[in-house]
Design a protein around this ligand. Structure first.
Ligand code: ATP
Ligand code: MG
Ligand code: MG
Ligand code: MG
Length: 473
């Protein structure tokens, strides 16, 4: 079943259960400073959950474009390392606004997975929130999942991959206990069931999260009951497609294979399994959709996330030997793959390609020089990259720190973060002192002409003006 059919079947199933099909909202959350990007289907309904907005319907279903590359949900560092994480993905969801609750949500999910999509029941494992006896009983007694495949899970205390059955959109806002459905890809793949020591493997892959939205969390962390309990579910289209297309990794599904082939064509890479191709395919989706939704590469906030993602993709291209602009050419391939589901992508394709090409041209030269500097440093010490070099790469060659860190991780090299921080602090102080000097000079020599090169020039030289602080809008 192709990805587009899977999406269609999902929406039609919930339409048949009285849900209104609602279009995906933008990746930029409307009027919400608590969130960097739309990271799930519920974001466009946040105010409906809170009781501050009313819709003509109490049931909705969506295929929502999502980005998890900053803020509370950040999967950038997982891309290229797991079979299941993207920076950009599509989340299929059904929502109840004070209408049905746990029972119907669970029954609908099971019916869709096992009857419509035909998944074998014995490959599915579920989790419930540790104290949620109600959900547990529905799975056990009404659905008939054997007790050994219903696992109680608590709040994870920050372990990076660990399951967490209390879902929250951000540090504040709507939240509640959840129940999740996992698919077992088979014993030949490393990993264990949720809650076990090996759960961070890719054997048991979480496909669907059903959240029972019950609270609004305030800034002090206090939970206030919502006016009415609601349901918010999210299933990754790519993960479901992997299951239905009988492949293990999301990168093997139809939608990704086309992009991976296109990336191979543009980089002349002959190994279609090369990890860099996966990263490039992931990043073109993310970068293109961010631009569609109005972001341009920049040195702050959302624009800096876009710049970091784009530059990481370019570095992977460089690793494959491509030193000329190539990334922007993948926009056309992306349009072929996703343009009909997202007409806004097709309509903006030329602009998207242009923005990316500019960014490629801007970074191309400094990337080449920067890589030489990095290689020279690693030739001297292949265990640790000193902070000063990382800072020079950042400050003069436009290498975001996470890009350098990614290279280090790839090569098993430790990055001297403290040294980087010290070099950054030193530069700030020097800049402050220079600023004072300039002000004095301005007073003393008023009339002397200064030539302001402008931010654009600085950016072209790879001088990053502001640091992106994770979680800040
Ligand atoms: P995981 O534990 O695998 O990181 P999650 O618990 O963070 O997933 P949720 O926040 O529950 O994910 O999101 C709902 C669903 O969206 C998941 O069950 C999964 O199918 C999908 N999903 C989440 N993150 C990603 C991602 N980075 N790439 C692709 N699909 C994702
Ligand atoms: Mg996650
Ligand atoms: Mg999870
Ligand atoms: Mg989850």
């Amino acid at each position: 079943m192709k990805s587009s059919e899977i999406r269609e079947k999902f929406l039609k199933f919930f339409e048949s259960k009285g849900h209104s099909i609602v279009r995906s909202s933008s990746l930029i959350p409307g009027n919400d400073p608590t969130l960097l990007f739309t990271n799930s289907g519920m974001v466009q309904f946040k105010d409906v959950f809170l009781g501050q907005d009313q819709r003509a319907y109490t049931r909705a279903t969506t295929a929502q474009r999502c980005v998890r590359a900053g803020g509370k949900h950040n999967d950038l560092e997982n891309v290229g390392y797991t079979a299941r994480h993207h920076t950009f993905f599509e989340m299929l969801g059904n929502f109840s606004f004070g209408d049905y609750f746990k029972r119907d949500a669970i029954h609908y999910a099971w019916e869709l997975l096992t009857k419509v999509y035909g998944l074998p029941k014995d490959k599915l494992t579920v989790t419930v929130y540790q104290s949620d006896d109600e959900a547990y009983a529905i799975w056990l007694n009404e659905i008939g999942v054997p007790a050994e495949r219903i696992i109680r899970i608590g709040d994870n205390k920050g372990a990076p991959y660990a399951s967490d059955n209390f879902w929250q959109m951000a540090d504040t806002g709507p939240c509640g206990p959840c129940t999740e459905i996992f698919y077992d890809h088979g014993a030949e793949i490393w990993g264990g069931p949720p809650g076990s020591a090996e759960e961070d493997g890719d054997r048991f892959i979480e496909i669907w999260n059903l959240v029972f939205m019950q609270y609004n969390k305030d800034e002090q962390g206090v939970l206030h009951p919502l006016p009415k309990p609601c349901v918010d579910t999210g299933m990754g289209l790519e993960r479901l497609a992997a299951v239905l297309q009988h492949v293990h990794s999301n990168y093997e599904i139809d939608a990704f294979q086309q992009l991976i082939k296109a990336a191979a064509r543009e980089t002349a890479c002959t190994d279609l399994n090369h990890n860099s191709l996966k990263v490039i395919a992931d990043h073109i989706r993310c970068a293109a959709f961010l631009i569609v939704d109005g972001i341009i590469p920049g040195n702050e906030g959302r624009g800096y996330v876009l710049r970091r993602i784009t530059r990481r993709a370019l570095r992977h291209g460089h690793k494959l030997g491509q030193t000329k602009p190539f990334f922007y050419k993948l926009v056309a391939d992306l349009v072929l793959e996703m343009g009909s589901a997202y007409p806004e992508l097709a309509q903006n394709a030329d602009r998207v390609a242009q923005v990316l090409q500019q960014e490629e041209e801007r970074f191309g030269e400094t990337l080449e020089h920067g890589m030489k500097i990095l290689e020279a440093a690693l030739a001297k010490d292949d265990k640790r990259l000193d902070g000063r070099t990382a800072f020079t790469l950042y400050d003069t060659y436009g290498f975001p720190l996470d890009l350098t860190a990614d290279i280090c991780r790839e090569r098993n090299v430790e990055l001297d973060q403290a040294g980087f921080d010290a070099a950054m602090e030193h530069q700030k102080q020097t800049a402050r002192a220079a600023g004072k000097f300039k002000m004095n000079a301005g007073i003393e020599y008023s009339g002397a002409k200064t030539n302001f090169v402008g931010y654009d020039k600085l950016a072209q030289e790879g001088k990053v003006i502001a640091l992106y602080v994770e979680g800040s809008p």
